[in-house]
Design a binder for this molecule. Structure first.
Ligand code: PLP
Length: 365
């Protein structure tokens, strides 16, 4: 297997894939694969409950939060959030720091909800997140949404915003953590809702995690499909219909790996900090590579960089491929390179990438 720097679907831990392979045909002597099991069977319910328990332990989740295992990707949450939170009116407020936040705004607008951009980093070309003092919620704000880590731009918040309206009322803070959840310890109690597509730090694509404070379960618009309704999903144990059982099982294996093999989120955070710091240091000390993001907001998970001469891009990528360093091409909307350093990307992968970059620069820079 090669080193995979894909932004998503992303690398999975080798140990998780090996265990899934061992259990693929005959799950623990039951004579069938998990993929072939009823989601209501005792075996699968045990798998689902263990996954949630392990996640709760990793995040030290307070009891008043519910965990939903949904489908539709993080993108469906762009629609489900206003549907679930604006039943009593009010405005969806946003901090806009990049392409994913912009899509969340566009979806609220598309559905006809009232929305307001409370702060934006457009003026600085999305190279720094707005400072806390720049945040101005609207009078009607019902919640504040932001993207903790913009996966494409490689721009990450270095603080947790305070969702306080001009009249002093605190509203729920809603966060898209698709590309940063489980990367480091997290104080969930600051948030009303956290959501994430699974395909980066959680598991395979097809599963979406939503962590919702239970007082937010009764604010939905009346006419929404039950599959979009957080309350219905919470009451139905995320099994209102057939859930993505195999993805849920694999996410559970990732949670076990984080606990047992890594040692929890403190340990994961330390590893991730080291990985990112050495790659940024290599970029900053080179004459060929550069990254435009201010130091405090550089993403730990997604490191975009450009080569001083873009005519070298194609050779860089093809030589990287030959060296077993896969998926370093930047997002199609921005070009350049991007190395995603999610939890399952080992430190060795980063060391190998840095050595490759130095060698390429020496030969071609
Ligand atoms: N939000 C962020 C921060 C993302 O990185 C992505 C996908 O990469 C999405 C949302 C969209 O996720 P999905 O493809 O699961 O809808």
């Amino acid at each position: 297997r090669h080193y995979n720097f894909c932004a998503g679907p992303a690398a999975l831990p080798q140990a998780v894939l090996e265990r899934a392979q061992r259990e693929l045909l005959d799950y623990q002597g039951h004579g069938l694969s998990i993929m072939e099991m009823s989601h209501r069977s005792d075996e699968f319910v045990a798998i689902a409950e263990k996954a949630e328990a392990d996640l709760r332990e990793l995040l030290q989740l307070p009891d008043n939060y519910r965990v939903l295992f949904l489908q539709g990707g993080a993108s469906l949450q762009f629609a489900m959030l206003p549907m679930n939170l604006l039943g009593n009116g009010g405005s969806a407020n946003f901090i806009h720091t990049g392409i994913w936040g912009k899509k969340a705004i566009a979806e609220a607008r598309h559905l006809g909800f009232d929305y307001y951009v409370a702060a934006s980093s457009e003026a600085n070309g999305q190279t720094a997140v707005p400072r806390p003092s720049a945040l101005k919620l609207s009078d009607q704000a019902a919640y504040l949404h932001y993207t903790a880590n913009e996966t494409i731009g490689g721009l990450e918040f270095d603080y947790t915003p305070e969702a306080v309206r001009p009249d002093g009322v605190e509203v729920p803070l809603v966060c898209d953590m698709s590309s940063s959840i489980l990367a480091a310890p997290l104080d969930v109690s600051k948030f009303g809702i956290i959501y994430a597509g699974a395909q980066k730090n959680i598991g395979p694509a097809g599963l979406t995690l939503v962590i919702v404070r239970d007082d937010l379960l009764d604010q939905a618009c009346k006419a929404i499909p039950s599959l979009f309704d957080y309350k219905a999903m919470a009451e139905g144990g995320s099994m209102v219909n057939t859930p993505p059982t195999y993805a849920w099982y694999l996410a559970g294996l990732v949670f076990q790996w984080l606990k047992a093999d890594i040692g929890g989120l403190d340990a994961m955070g330390a590893i991730n900090a080291r990985k990112a710091a050495k790659l940024y240091a290599a970029i900053d000390t080179s004459g060929l590579y550069s990254n435009p993001i201010v130091a405090a907001n550089r993403s730990r998970m997604n490191v975009p960089f450009v080569l001083a001469d873009s005519r070298l891009d194609a050779d860089f990528l093809s030589e990287a491929n030959v060296a077993g360093l896969l998926n370093l091409k930047g997002h199609r909307s921005v070009g350049g390179m991007r190395a995603s350093l999610y939890n399952a990307v080992p430190e060795d992968a980063v060391d190998t990438l840095i050595a490759f970059m130095a060698d390429f620069e020496q030969r071609r820079g």
